[in-house]
Design a protein around this ligand. Structure first.
Ligand code: HGY
Ligand code: MN
Ligand code: MN
Length: 395
């Protein structure tokens, strides 16, 4: 199982920055370098490989029973800018390590194994989890501006529509991933058996005031879009904390116009993102934000929903299989939701999903400090391996 560390180091050759972080944004040369490394490893392991128009890579290890449905394993190979080594790549490396162990032990499974390295899971102009949504057939050809967004990557809408797969030959989808939070490490636990992935709702919020001279406009006469937006953000943050301890609210992007030191901003745009397993919590926060915005003087607000990814539940039977494998491997584990989005979310719309978490040191992720101990990485692969063996033993 130690192979996973070696395979991760191989994938980590792609997109490594001077400061030790990794940048493999979707469709970038660095992304396709990682695809090539993974494809070579897949072929070394005797897998049939193919890339699709969405930039995904798939490797297939045939089974012995032609009627047996495929066990899908996957995660993403793209990263956030200046991200870590493990987010996404660990799930692909873990799948490769499972196949490598099967080969080394001469194990031939009845069920085929299909290993996906997905593209564009992270935020991007096409919308996150793009590669897995293409495979799951969840991309609408009528999505606004899709053709233009694809054109920048040299792709067309029909090409992306052709990435959809037929799931009648698929049994389930498994994803091995770092937790990216601090629950496991704070509790001193080794494995997370994931029971669900939070819903992610994102809005573009625009504050409209009036640009004016920074020196001659007295405070009582200002329509300052920056101050209005700042007030809404602070009020929304307070409401979020009041609604629920596990409801999260993030303003990750801010732009202002005309963006000059000596001009009162007339327009400010932000992303407002909220996440929770329970839709009523994110709804409550959104309603509170609408009310707050209406009460802020001298600035108007426009609020437009840009992403609405509902939460998904992991399959109970798969969770039991993973729990049994975790016990068999002698690991300490807990059942927990995922606060991060994953490719397992789109896949959950087409077949049963299961996820396995390993600890993130200090809960850090999406940064160069992202780290998981090699022993934890190995342990996660061990649990995935035994989960696959158990699934293969089923009909
Ligand atoms: O945003 C997320 O939760 C994921 O890391 N893309
Ligand atoms: Mn991520
Ligand atoms: Mn991820």
């Amino acid at each position: 199982m130690n192979q996973v560390n070696e395979i991760l180091d191989m994938i980590g050759i792609a997109g490594r920055n001077q400061d030790g972080s990794y940048t493999r944004t979707c469709f970038s040369p660095a992304y396709f370098d990682a695809v090539e490394i993974v494809q070579n490893k897949m072929e070394e392991l005797g897998m049939e490989t193919e890339q699709d128009a969405a930039g995904n890579i798939r490797g297939i290890l045939p089974g012995t029973d032609p009627s047996a449905k495929s066990i899908l394993i996957g995660s993403h190979l793209d990263t956030v800018p200046s991200g870590g080594l493990f987010d996404g790549a660990y799930g692909v490396a873990g799948g490769l390590a499972v196949v490598q162990r099967l080969k080394e032990k001469g194990e031939r499974l009845c069920h085929p194994i299909e290993l996906y390295g997905f593209n564009a899971e992270e935020s991007n102009p096409l919308g996150g989890t793009f590669g897995s949504r293409a495979v799951a057939g969840l991309i609408s050809p009528n999505q606004p501006n899709l053709a233009q967004a694809l054109a920048q990557y040299g792709r067309t809408v029909p090409e992306i529509m052709s990435c959809r797969r037929d799931f009648t030959d698929a049994k389930c989808y498994l994803e091995l991933h770092i937790e990216q939070g601090d629950h496991l490490c704070n509790k001193g636990l080794q494995i997370g058996v994931v029971n669900g992935i939070v819903g992610i709702i994102r809005y573009k919020v625009t504050a409209i005031g009036h640009s004016n001279h920074a020196g001659t406009t007295m405070m009582k006469n200002r329509k300052d879009a920056m101050v209005g937006m700042a007030q809404l953000i602070v009020d929304a943050d307070r409401c979020c904390r009041e609604i629920d301890d596990t409801l999260v609210f993030t303003v990750g992007v801010i732009r202002c116009w005309p963006c000059s030191e000596n001009v009162i901003p007339g327009r400010v745009e932000c992303t407002f993102e909220m996440r929770h397993m329970d839709r009523s919590k994110t709804d409550a926060l959104f309603q509170a934000i609408e009310k707050l915005a209406a009460q802020i003087p001298s600035v108007q607000f426009e609020i437009e929903k840009t992403i609405d990814k509902g939460s998904v539940c992991c399959d109970g039977t798969l969770m039991h299989t993973i729990e049994t494998a975790a016990k068999m491997c002698g690991t300490t584990y807990t059942v927990m939701p995922s606060g991060a989005g994953h490719d397992a979310n789109p896949m959950a719309h087409r077949l049963p999903i299961g996820m396995i978490f390993v600890p993130s040191r200090g809960g850090l992720s999406h940064c160069k400090e992202e780290w998981t101990d090699p022993e934890d990485l190995r342990r996660g692969v061990e649990v995935l391996y035994h989960t696959v063996l158990s699934l293969d033993a089923e009909s």
